[in-house]
Design a protein around this ligand. Structure first.
Ligand SMILES: Cc1ncc(COP(=O)(O)O)c(C=O)c1O
Length: 456
């Protein structure tokens, strides 16, 4: 029968059911769906080649199983359960007030002036940096700003350096038809890309995409590590001379308000001021204020670059809604309200991460094939599970524990490493989850001192 639009949609439903039944190769089915549907449709080359997010495919398959009644400890999501971690009450009320006050028309394309003024002083307070409102662009969360930064810097074939594992850079490079230069980062450096790893690739690159605190690892650059990277970038740009395309750093610091304990957030311009003409920051309320669905983000950097990003986004129309902009402006003006929210929020996140980390270290001391990197920031814990086979499938099917492998963040070498997120984790679920986790390790793992590392 000839395939029409309707039947293509039917095929996608059939594939969803297959996802449910096949517990292992979720991403494989995703690819199959792409191939199947694009064989029916004639669209652009981009449409034919762009895959959906492997992270979301994995997480959505887990959510589907939960909807079907399975009990799963879902530690896959880079989001928050609002019943556990609601947005700040003050912000919630300000949003409702703004709608009641009919703040419902178009905002300014670059973001409302009052919000950009507030952000300018917020950046000065938090980072000690001077960015006037004209250097700031507001959008509907971090994503449109990252997209716009890529679009204004990267031409087809241009080299983009990014670490793996990292969040979504592979897709942004694909969207801009750039040349992927992946740096496989190492556990010794907490999976942060260091200057000596970046240096060999820098001579013809146009963009260096960095993120700290980093998703998926929950780890951060130290000021010294970052300073070395910035020094490289400035030196390289001086070498290129006038008239040549420069190398920019895209610095995604969307988790920077969520540093734990002694960890201090380092950012490029603070540690190495001469990098300022080449650095574009991306930030948002999404993670720091548990407000992923509220959609307010901001980018800042050299005014001419920001102006071009604004031009790109003015056609995309990815503005943060007027009412949310008004509310965020009034919320961020109250440093007390921000602190009153952040202090207990961070404590709740850290307590969960630390409890899981302590248990994993204990399992390791007991000889089980598991390890973790001490939590530094965000909602993520980096966990190593050194058992034969597919540990995520074993954990999911055997213990109802869902973690994301680093492979969905583009990593090919760190096969035994996983991201564990506490964004939807209830405290009372931690002990039973850890018991189930330990049982799987005992049943499937050789004791660590007998096992050979299978890392490439
Ligand atoms: C590192 C990083 N940057 C950017 C984003 C996107 O943020 P937003 O939801 O504000 O678009 C995410 C979302 O998970 C993220 O983890």
């Amino acid at each position: 029968m000839p395939q029409k639009r309707g039947s293509i949609e039917k095929n996608s439903v059939i594939l969803c059911i297959q996802w449910r039944q096949n517990r292992l190769n979720i991403t494989l089915h995703c690819t199959f769906y792409m191939q199947h549907s694009t064989s029916q449709l004639k669209l652009s080359q981009l449409a034919a080649s762009i895959p959906g997010s492997a992270i979301l495919a994995f997480s959505n398959a887990v959510k589907e199983r939960i909807r079907n009644g399975e009990k799963i400890y879902n530690l896959t999501v880079g989001d928050f359960d609002p019943s556990v971690f609601p947005i700040p009450r003050v912000l919630e009320e300000a949003i409702i007030d703004a709608y009641r006050n009919r703040q419902t028309n178009y905002p300014l394309a670059e973001g409302n002036a009052d919000l950009r003024e507030t952000l300018s002083s917020f950046i000065a307070d938090v980072q000690g940096l001077c960015y006037p409102a004209s250097d700031i662009l507001v959008a509907a969360g971090g994503r449109p700003l990252i997209y716009a930064a890529y679009q204004v810097i990267v031409d087809p074939g241009d080299k983009v350096i990014y670490p793996v594992p990292s969040w979504n850079n592979n897709y942004y490079v694909q969207l801009t038809k750039g040349h992927h230069c992946r740096i496989e980062t190492r556990p010794e450096h907490h999976f942060m890309p260091v200057a000596e790893e970046i240096a060999p690739h820098i001579s013809d690159a146009v963009l260096l995409a960095l993120c700290s605190p980093q998703n998926p690892t929950g780890t951060c650059y130290t000021a010294d590590q970052l300073k070395d990277v910035c020094r490289l970038v400035v030196k390289e740009n001086e070498r290129r001379g006038p008239g040549k395309k420069k190398l920019y750093i895209l610095y995604d610091q969307i988790y920077h308000l969520l540093t734990h304990q002694q960890t201090e957030h380092a950012d490029p311009v603070s540690v190495f001021p001469r990098v300022k003409p080449y650095c574009i920051y991306v930030d948002a309320i999404s993670k720091g204020f548990a407000a992923t669905g509220v959609r307010v983000g901001w980018g800042y950097g050299p005014e001419p670059v920001i102006a071009k990003m604004k031009a790109v986004l003015s056609h995309v129309g990815a503005w943060a809604p007027m009412a949310e902009q008004k509310a965020v402006a009034s919320f961020l003006q109250s440093r007390d309200a921000v602190k009153q929210f952040l202090d207990p929020f961070k404590k709740e996140l850290f307590d969960r991460l630390q409890q899981i980390y302590n248990a994993i270290r204990l399992f390791k001391r007991e000889g089980l094939p598991v390890d973790a990197i001490a939590p530094q920031a965000s909602i993520y814990l980096t966990v190593k599970i050194d058992i034969p086979g597919d540990a995520s499938a074993l954990l999911l099917n055997g213990a109802g524990i869902a973690l994301l492998p680093f492979s969905v963040f583009g990593a090919t070498k760190s096969k035994k490493w996983y991201r564990l997120s506490v964004g939807t984790c209830r405290k009372e679920a931690i002990s039973p989850m850890l018991r189930a986790f330990k049982k799987i390790l005992q049943e499937n793992g050789e004791p660590a001192h007998h096992s050979r590392s299978r890392e490439a």
